[in-house]
Write a protein that binds this ligand. Structure first.
Ligand SMILES: NC(=O)C1=CN([C@@H]2O[C@H](COP(=O)(O)OP(=O)(O)OC[C@H]3O[C@@H](n4cnc5c(N)ncnc54)[C@H](O)[C@@H]3O)[C@@H](O)[C@H]2O)C=CC1
Ligand SMILES: N[C@@H](CC=O)C(=O)O
Ligand code: NA
Length: 440
């Protein structure tokens, strides 16, 4: 595309946040300025970096004169705003201010998008500014643009991803090295993978925000965090890992967005995040450490997998800069914003409508008739058992047997009722865990 005759020769870039991702973004803008100029056709001039503490030590130190605590002033004078502060406020207000002024924004803030996305998309559409957020889902992996653009002529039916690097790192360390949960989390924090409050990672809320964003792009309707059923990884036990391994599975925290049908046949989207048993040979099962992968199923394309670093400063900054270059090229060369606002009305369904297989671990009395009674409860609720294994309890405080069952695909609602009835059986001491199984 030819350049405007009045095309700018420099664009002012305001960076909000100078932490793990912000400092690497500042580094790329500074060290790769020549390459970026060639690609954009104008200089990308970093005008300032808004931070809480201008004297803090950073992964990469920019010119000290660039650091400021006055984010509002930076936004006011910018051609492009990059928001990497995190949190809801003041990020939301600053982004809305930029968009209202027609200034395009790049953000990695999944928590904000999953809670206030609709308001932000509307603000961008109102002025024709662009709001881009490839960094918000699966770090460096190009996933939102392929879902929106490359698959724009197809119909995505399901997106299933390892979308949180911190939890994948922790689960991997626990599974492969027998590492302690807290030690693995501390290491993930040290490496810059975790959120400022790592509860968002380990309780599944970060992955849930990503599930909502993935569904928004894949299905074209604005979904929010509260429409995602969420379970994190803090309740995973050594016995869960052992039971999964013995049956040929590995446990991963998955973010899933899929088309489904309600009981009355109405089409909708089911969004969920939970620890999931995957067969060891499934492509997602081999995703190690802080890597992410998103497995996409589309009507015509079939199965696709996108794989790469899901967290960390430089990888995430790569995704940020991809969006910045794209926006800057548009400003320099002209052309409409690429934003596609959600257009369909595929409602979010009650997650109890989801269909999956389940692994159920029970502690029960080791006496004649127990298996028959347990199996009877499954049968009464229409849940079919695929495998059942009994192992002696290793816990002195819980004598008896441990029953490990894997079901065929069943409705979440029916499985919940089964579990409630199992817990009420006198021969069942405890329903120790219920985990979903996918990919078999
Ligand atoms: N760390 C990672 O691997 C990834 C992070 N993200 C997202 O990118 C964003 C930034 O993450 P990190 O760089 O890890 O966070 P961080 O905590 O390392 O950095 C945050 C930066 O924003 C500044 N900041 C925060 N609140 C501020 C305020 N009120 N006024 C002025 N400055 C303020 C801080 O001083 C700091 O420089 C978050 O939304 C996060 O969810 C997205 C993908 C990956
Ligand atoms: N805390 C997040 C960072 C990237 O989005 C993660 O661990 O994946
Ligand atoms: Na990405």
């Amino acid at each position: 595309m030819p350049q405007h005759t009045d095309a700018p020769t420099a664009l002012k870039v305001a960076l909000l946040g100078g932490g793990t991702v912000g400092s690497q973004t500042a580094r790329i803008l500074t060290e790769d300025a020549d390459i970026l100029r060639d690609r954009v056709g104008a200089d990308l001039e970093l005008t300032g970096i808004a931070v809480r503490d201008t004297g803090a030590t950073r992964d990469w130190q920019a010119d000290p004169a660039l650091y400021t605590t006055d984010a509002e002033a930076l936004v006011a004078g910018a051609d492009v705003v990059i928001e990497l502060m995190g949190g809801i406020e003041p990020a939301r207000t600053l982004i809305l201010r930029a968009l209202a002024a027609g200034t395009s924004v790049v953000t990695g803030n999944k928590a904000l998008l999953a809670q206030h996305g609709e308001e932000l998309y509307a603000a961008a559409a109102a002025t024709g500014a662009q709001l881009s957020f490839e960094a918000a889902v699966a770090g460096a992996i190009p996933i939102l643009r392929p879902l929106r653009d490359s698959l724009g002529g197809d119909r995505v039916t399901r997106v299933m991803g390892i979308a949180n690097g911190t939890t994948n790192f922790i689960l991997d360390r626990m599974d492969s090295e027998g590492a302690d949960f807290d030690d693995a989390l501390a290491e993930a924090q040290r490496l810059g993978y975790a959120e400022a409050d790592p509860t968002a990672d380990v309780e599944g809320h970060d992955a849930a925000a990503k599930a909502a964003i993935l569904a928004t792009i894949a299905f074209g309707a604005p979904y929010t965090l509260d429409q995602v059923a969420v379970a994190g990884i803090t309740a995973i036990t050594a016995e869960d890992n052992a039971a999964a391994a013995e049956a040929g599975y590995v446990i991963k925290l998955l973010a899933i967005a899929e088309r489904g049908r309600a009981a009355d046949g109405a089409e909708g989207a089911v969004l969920r995040v939970h620890p999931t048993l995957l067969p060891r040979e499934h492509p997602l099962a081999s995703v190690r450490g802080a890597f992410n992968a998103v497995f996409v199923e589309a009507e015509n394309a079939g199965e696709l997998m996108f794989y790469g670093p899901g967290a960390g400063g430089a990888p995430t900054a790569s995704a940020v800069m991809g969006d910045v270059v794209s926006i800057a090229q548009r400003i320099v060369r002209g052309g409409p914003a690429r934003l596609r606002t959600p257009v369909t009305a595929l409602p979010a369904l009650d997650p109890a409508e989801a269909h999956t297989s389940f692994m159920v671990v029970l502690r029960a009395a080791d006496q004649p008739g127990v298996l028959r009674r347990v199996a009877g409860v499954f049968e009464e609720h229409g849940v079919s058992i695929e495998t059942l294994r009994q192992v002696p309890s290793e816990r002195e405080d819980a004598p008896g047997a441990s029953l490990r069952l894997i079901t065929h695909r069943a409705r979440q609602r029916d499985l919940d009722a089964t579990v409630e009835a199992l817990a009420a059986l006198d021969v069942v001491h405890e329903v120790a865990s219920v985990l979903r199984v996918e990919g078999n």
